[in-house]
Ligand binder design. Structure first.
Ligand code: FES
Ligand SMILES: [Fe+2]
Length: 368
């Protein structure tokens, strides 16, 4: 007999202190019912990355994406206000905007030509003449919450709840402002597919550098593992390491400055910051054991002269991603083993994972 969803959730005790805590149960990484519940809770009720701010600066600029299986559209209106909508036509549900990004005068559905204003109101319904009781005003695109933060646009599918600043806290907002991310320029986007549950990727990210000396020899050569720090906020974790000049020339050439900062924001957004460089990670579940991680790379200098250096920096990141991909796949297979249920956490290293697991437990409990 299979355990109920409530039973699976209750199997995790969020009250245990880190020194006594274990991971969330293996079932949470493999059970489709947990995956479905995460879509309705964690992914619908938290702030989710939808676009880069540079994609939607001028009236008519729009960008589309998919969040937890939902087609989403953000668009700047004639009035200069940025809005977010479900990208689902109110006629027969086709996606209204099909390009990844662009600039439009209005939002026209390709299926039967229904047209919406940039503010989401239904304007044109070709061939509709004799329909009774058709409430045009009630057929606008369905809105989502939207906020701009630093260089990004975030949306929340289920409307209402704390603002982004309230959710993550003013302290980390100020920390990010101080980094002057507005001096960086977007360079390139890459997509990586991981054969694992999305939480395996997040866990791996949040293990406080525990795996770095073992798995990432190159990266380890430029970080000071002993002085690696881990600080939790209410809903984010900052891991930080001094940057040193190591013996791996490829890594040393592209990782300078004093410190590396690794920010995770619940549930699925990360910032990896080195002096003059940033990459953001958006972790998108594609299925219970398949995950896409979208990397946006930003640099202080994106001139033609700096192109080679920027590509070299991305290439070094690719080495790390390949190493992580292989281990994440290995972990996913192990999580399905009858030999494994939960594992203990390192008190020195794994405070970030502990926070992530407790927040997830709260999300799932609220929805179960
Ligand atoms: S589905 Fe959009 S016009 Fe018919
Ligand atoms: Fe890693």
């Amino acid at each position: 007999m299979s355990t109920s969803v409530a039973g699976l959730i209750d199997a995790y005790d969020p009250t245990l202190p880190l020194a006594e805590a274990s991971t969330i149960p293996a079932s949470w990484y493999v059970d489709p019912r947990i995956h479905a519940l995460e879509k309705q809770t964690t992914f619908a009720r938290t702030w989710q990355f939808a676009a880069r701010a540079d994609q939607v600066r001028a009236p008519g600029d729009y960008a589309t994406c998919e969040i937890a299986g939902e087609p989403i559209l953000v668009v700047r209106g004639e009035d200069g206000v940025l809005r977010g909508f479900f990208n689902v036509c109110r006629h027969h549900a086709a996606a209204v905007m099909t390009a990844e990004q662009g600039c439009a005068k209005n939002l026209r559905c390709p299926y039967h030509g229904w047209t919406y204003t940039l503010e989401g109101a239904l304007k044109g319904t070709p061939g509709f003449l004799e329909e009774c009781h058709f409430d045009r005003a009630g057929h606008g695109l369905v809105p989502v919450d939207v906020e701009e933060w630093e260089q990004w646009v975030f949306v929340r599918l289920e409307r209402g709840g704390p603002s982004l600043a309230e959710y993550f806290g003013e302290t980390v907002m100020a920390e990010l402002r101080a980094l002057r991310l507005d001096t960086l320029h977007w360079f390139e986007r890459r997509h990586y597919i991981f054969d694992c549950n999305w939480k395996v990727f997040v866990d791996n990210y949040l293990d406080g550098g525990y795996h770095v000396p073992h798995l990432h020899k190159g990266l380890n050569s430029v970080l000071d593992f002993k002085r690696y720090t881990i600080e939790n906020g209410p809903r984010h974790c900052l891991q930080s390491s001094p940057v040193v000049q190591g013996d791996d020339a490829t890594f040393s050439a592209v990782r300078g400055g004093d410190r590396a900062l690794y920010y995770w924001f619940h549930p699925n957004f990360m910032l990896n910051w080195y002096e003059g460089k940033l990459d953001t990670n958006i972790v998108r579940p594609l299925g219970v054991d398949r995950t896409e991680v979208i990397f946006d790379f930003w640099f202080a200098d994106v001139s033609e002269a700096a192109r080679g250096q920027n590509l070299a920096s991305i290439a070094v990141g690719d080495v790390v991603q390949d190493e992580d991909m292989a281990i994440c796949h290995s972990v996913q297979r192990g999580l399905r083993s009858r030999a494994y249920s939960t594992g203990r956490l390192s008190a020195r290293r794994e405070a970030g994972e502990h926070l992530f697991h407790r927040l997830l437990h709260a999300d799932l409990s609220a929805g179960a």
